[in-house]
Design a protein around this ligand. Structure first.
Ligand code: CP3
Length: 347
């Protein structure tokens, strides 16, 4: 790992250095807005089959690199492969999002494995090894997982719900069972990330998509503490592990997140105010973000203005340009091209 930070701008920035032009990648950069993704998607039966088809998943991971020349490739997979590898049934109905057999009562937890089945995830590790071979030397490869809280919300509800009501209610009603579930997810996710590093990823991102629906105390208990424990476990095995945290919606709790969670960089959602982040977050950690995906969808003057404001706010410190959440499927390719050119100072 020692020679790589020099050749990959994104890894340099993760060590707290500034680059003249910020590295750029986009959450969900491999996906439905790309015609070449939609063409491959038709070749697989279900979405999970695609995630577990290493040749296709590797190709999809590389598609946005070939088309746009991003500074990082993110492994094509999904956060819900972890519940799958814990024995929960996970399916993706076309156009409807994920469906899992919900864990409605504490007794349902006994249907889960206590440790992650790495055999079920071998195809993911094989995808990493394949991508690694074909990736340009300057492009970083990112692995990822869901944070325990966000995974638990899908496992309990069986799907995405408004403000994740079912998991929040479950955590209040059955705190002991909820602690057990979170503990299983901390161990499973740490072990999963270690295997991703062993297979060749340069850094990982921990997606806590639903961090923002919790009151402050609950945020401390179910987001901050479990992710901090997870990172300690990962670094016990992989001391140099580079980690980006993405606690979406953390808002004014972000400083507290950084107090306790030793991430190398923090992904900011698009709601995060730029001057707040410049003054209180960037002096402490590399920041990543935070263009509103809908500004990218809209394009035109609104996109240029929003892009410039972010470059202006974060350009003087360690910074990775990204969206504040995933790219939306209707986003025109031309807008992505424009964004990259503008970040790189070409338009
Ligand atoms: O390009 C990349 O970012 C890499 C691949 C990736 C996917 N999902 C592919 C995907 C990553 C990093 C994820 C993470 C993920 N998955 C998160 C965290 C980030 C976020 O967006 O909040 C979450 C919550 C999930 C769970 C999930 N997967 C949902 C809720 C959905 C349905 C919504 C949707 O966008 O369709 C998915 C499906 C999914 N994951 C698709 C892709 C490309 C679309 C599936 C398809 O092609 O039919």
């Amino acid at each position: 790992m020692t020679a790589e930070p020099v050749t990959k701008p994104l890894l340099r920035v993760l060590t707290g250095k500034r680059t003249a032009i910020p590295p750029i990648w986009l959450m969900r950069q491999a996906g439905r807005y790309l015609p070449e993704y939609r063409a491959l998607r038709e070749k697989a039966d279900g979405f999970l089959d695609l995630c577990f088809n290493s040749p296709l998943a590797a190709e999809i991971t590389l598609q946005p690199i070939r088309r746009f020349g991003f500074d990082a490739a993110i492994l094509f997979s999904d956060i819900l492969v972890v519940p799958h590898a814990l024995g929960q049934r996970v399916t993706f109905a076309q156009g409807e999002g994920p469906q899992l057999d919900p864990l409605e009562e504490p007794s349902a937890l006994s249907s889960l494995r206590s440790d992650i089945d790495h055999n079920a995830l071998e195809p993911v590790y094989a995808t990493i090894a394949r991508v690694k071979q074909d990736l340009p030397r300057t492009v970083a490869l990112l692995g990822f997982c869901g944070a325990p809280w966000t995974l638990a919300t899908y496992m309990i509800a069986g799907r995405g719900t408004a403000d994740q009501f079912p998991a929040r209610a479950f955590a209040y009603r059955h705190p002991d069972a909820f602690v057990r579930l979170i503990d299983v997810l901390v161990d499973a996710s740490a072990s999963y990330l270690c295997r991703q590093f062993a297979a060749g990823v340069d850094a990982v991102q921990i997606f806590d998509t639903w961090a923002g629906v919790l009151p402050a105390d609950e945020f401390q208990r179910w987001c901050i503490e479990p992710v901090a424990r997870m990172i300690a476990k990962v670094r016990a095995q992989v001391p140099a592990a580079r980690i980006i945290g993405f606690p979406r919606g953390a808002g004014t709790e972000l400083p507290r997140y950084l107090d306790a969670v030793p991430v190398d960089a923090v992904g900011l959602d698009w709601m995060t105010e730029l001057s707040f982040a410049r003054e209180h977050i960037q002096p402490r950690r590399t920041v990543q973000g935070n263009l509103d995906p809908l500004a990218l969808l809209a394009g035109g003057a609104a996109l240029d203005r929003a892009t410039d404001a972010i470059l202006e706010a974060f350009g003087q410190g360690p910074f990775i340009f990204n969206l504040g959440h995933g790219i939306v499927p209707d986003t025109p390719i031309a807008h992505v091209e424009r964004l990259i050119a503008r970040v790189r100072g070409r338009v």
